[in-house]
Write a protein of this length. Structure first.
Ligand SMILES: *[C@@H]1O[C@H](CO)[C@@H](O)[C@H](O)[C@H]1NC(C)=O
Length: 164
């Protein structure tokens, strides 16, 4: 009894300590992360929901979570090149348009991951201001494009990739 109380006390102490911070994200497949399906118009919120859970004090984001966000960017980029661009080239009419909307939503996911990473790096003292400006402009343009197509169908494409 005494032993287990001490153990409990230690566990409580360790959990409360800032040294025991744990990564927020865990390994995910591209398909689970994708927001490309459904309809256009709400990609910004959908991307933020997929990538939610970081501490509000971004200076405390774990290295593993920065790696995860980087990895989301990479697999979304690969999906764009290898899945969306190929399918769009082979499609026409409404099929091609819906694929294009799915591709834009995929870009919003990709750029949101990048920006969360850069914001955390900035909070941790890295000089990423120029990159952050550049990526934010791209994100805002892609969000506008998504919003212009609000309510129109967007196509999900399965892609075989997993975050590191
Ligand atoms: C959307 O983001 C990409 C980068 O992924 C960028 O190259 C492109 O210019 C952006 N789209 C618009 C309409 O700005």
């Amino acid at each position: 009894m005494k032993f287990s109380l001490i153990t409990f006390g230690l566990v409580a102490l360790v959990s409360a300590s800032p040294l025991s911070r744990r990564a927020v994200f865990s390994t995910s497949t591209y398909d689970d992360l994708s927001i490309s399906g459904g309809v256009a118009g709400n990609a910004q919120q959908e991307a933020l929901d997929k990538l939610s859970g970081l501490p509000s004090d971004l200076s405390t984001v774990e290295e593993a979570d920065l790696d995860f966000l980087n990895s989301v960017n990479q697999i979304a980029n690969d999906a764009e090149d290898e899945a969306f661009n190929t399918a769009i080239d082979a499609a026409s009419g409404e099929d091609a348009d819906a694929l294009q909307r799915g591709k834009i939503k995929n870009k919003v996911l990709k750029l949101t991951a990048t920006i969360l990473k850069l914001q955390a790096q900035a909070a941790q003292g890295d000089d990423v201001a120029d990159k952050l400006d550049e990526e934010t402009t791209k994100l805002n343009n892609n969000i506008s494009q998504d919003e212009e197509a609000a309510g129109l169908a967007s196509t999900f494409l399965s892609f075989d990739a997993t975050t590191e």
